[in-house]
Ligand binder design. Structure first.
Ligand code: CS2
Length: 498
């Protein structure tokens, strides 16, 4: 029988030029559980772990968990967890079949299996890429204790839905069994991501303890606060969503079907705080930077890469550019991004050895990668969750320092304008946001710019409790007036950009 699908067996006979795992996958044991096994994880953490396994480490296989949909498991389980990583730029494409993911689980189908993987004593690290919105923060930044999934998880600790519920229940069971806690390694684009998740979990566990009364699973909050490590990390690799054309092309090149290959760029970076009480792979041998404090790297990435990405996405959408490379080739957007970087760079620490000129020069090259076709609509998703750390933080710090700026606030106005353009000049549902219901209702009222921006700041919690909130609202509103009157042409002209 011929193999039609990528699998352990068919991977033995791939065309020359396609790299397949060079290690015995059967001897790898699970050591990492990953929550949120999407394309980003498969292009980033799993690729690093694959290199550790290829170098002979055997204890760090990944169990991939989807917290929502079964799509990834359905695509990858029939291929023994294997998938192709296609690294693309103008020089061409290299194909690597990655073998780091041993098992795939779908939490809503079988929460008990996920808890079993998390409580397995061999699991020593839990990594997460669940996206910003899945941290379930309220507008003030604390845990949204009214969110239906949090309410559910507090009432049903044995059948959780959220990362908060799974991690807390697993840590409680490990504590009861005398198994040391795993290290929780957050890999999402949040500032101080480890510390942020730590704080949210303590809040969740405190509510859970209060509800448990005399149940013997109470008192987990103190354990999480004092005994569990939450190193922060900065992750970076651009990963556009896979298209059907990618699937067909890669399957053609492999000679067997790969139901879900992942596309990415050559660049990758991972900076991690070195705090792993129960061990970790020797990541530093494969280009990972292990540090004491990740904050400066995190801020540089969030404010320069992700901040520019959001700017390119919203301004690009308003100017009909479907991909990042095309938007970035638009001279007005290019000029805008340079000016945005000039405003954000002074907010970064100058004593942390960051080389911002080399960094932005590299970003210029990465955003120009025409082989990726990274869609502006993909980046436009979830703006309410992304803008605080990408744009608002730089704006607040600049106001505090008395530095003038005009570009940062246009990104916020462009987000509002792009949201309002959905169903008009942009397709309905072209991108989405967890606050869409309230946001759409608000924008349909067509209030004056200042009132619109105030209501958006109230809804999202942007700059909440900051003395500069009103100034910021006024600055955003000026841009929104221009965008409403004559689109990006007028907004750019007001900034001297032609
Ligand atoms: C992007 C990021 O979709 C987005 O919001 O800005 O996913 C970005 O591509 C990655 O953070 C790059 O590391």
């Amino acid at each position: 029988m011929t193999d039609h699908r990528l699998s352990n067996r068919s991977a033995q006979a791939l065309p020359a030029g396609v790299a397949a795992p060079r290690y015995d996958r059967a001897s790898v044991t699970p050591g990492i559980v990953h929550l949120g096994v999407g394309a980003f994880h498969r292009a980033h953490q799993a690729a690093y772990v694959d290199e550790c396994l290829a170098a002979g480490e055997t204890g760090w296989g990944i169990t991939g968990v989807s917290l929502r949909s079964a799509d990834t498991r359905d695509a990858l389980a029939p291929q023994d967890g294997l998938y192709t990583l296609a690294v693309r730029d103008s020089g061409g494409e290299t194909l690597d079949v990655v073998g780091a993911i041993g098992r795939l689980l779908v939490a809503p189908e079988d929460p008990a299996a996920v808890l079993a993987a998390l409580t397995d004593p061999r699991t020593r690290i839990v990594t997460l890429t669940i996206t910003e919105k899945a941290y379930l923060r309220a507008a003030g930044g604390g845990l949204d204790a009214t969110h239906p999934d949090i309410v559910h998880d507090l009432a049903n600790p044995q059948r959780p839905k959220t990362a908060h519920g799974f991690l807390t229940e697993a840590l409680a069971r490990r504590l009861a069994a005398g198994t040391p806690p795993f290290t929780v390694l957050c890999c999402d684009n949040l500032p101080a991501n480890g510390a942020t998740l730590h704080r949210l979990l303590i809040e969740f566990a405190t509510l859970r303890d209060a509800g448990a009364g005399s149940r013997d699973d109470a008192a987990i909050a103190g354990h999480i606060a004092g005994q569990v490590a939450f190193p922060s990390s900065m992750v970076d690799r651009i990963v556009p969503a896979t298209t059907d054309a990618d699937r067909a092309r890669i399957s053609g090149e492999l000679g067997v079907e790969d139901a879900w290959p992942v596309m990415t760029e050559p660049f990758r970076q991972w900076v991690i705080e070195d705090n792993f009480p129960t061990g970790r792979p020797a990541w530093e041998k494969f280009g990972v930077t292990m540090v004491g404090d990740v904050a400066p790297f995190e801020d540089m990435k969030l404010r320069l890469l992700n901040g520019a990405h959001s700017a390119i996405a919203y301004l690009g959408l308003l100017r009909n550019h479907a991909t990042v490379d095309r938007a970035f080739a638009d001279p007005a957007i290019r000029q805008f991004v340079d000016a945005l970087w000039a405003e954000a760079i002074p907010t970064l620490p100058d004593d942390a050895g960051l080389d911002t000129s080399a960094y932005t020069a590299e970003l210029t090259e990465r955003f120009s990668n025409t082989a990726l076709a990274h869609r502006t609509a993909q980046i436009a998703n979830d703006g309410s969750q992304k803008l605080p750390q990408r744009i608002i933080a730089s704006a607040i710090e600049s106001l505090e320092a008395g530095t003038e700026f005009v570009h940062l606030t246009l990104v916020v106005a462009a987000w509002i304008a792009a949201c309002a353009a959905r169903g008009k000049t942009l397709p309905e549902g072209h991108f989405t946001d967890p606050l869409d219901t309230s946001l759409t209702a608000l924008l349909s009222q067509q209030l004056p710019a200042n009132e619109t921006v105030t209501a958006v700041f109230d809804l999202t919690g942007f700059a909440r409790d900051h003395a500069e909130r009103l100034t910021l609202i006024e600055l955003v509103a000026v841009h929104l007036v221009h965008l409403r009157r004559d689109g990006t042409t007028l907004a750019f002209a007001a900034l001297g950009i032609e």
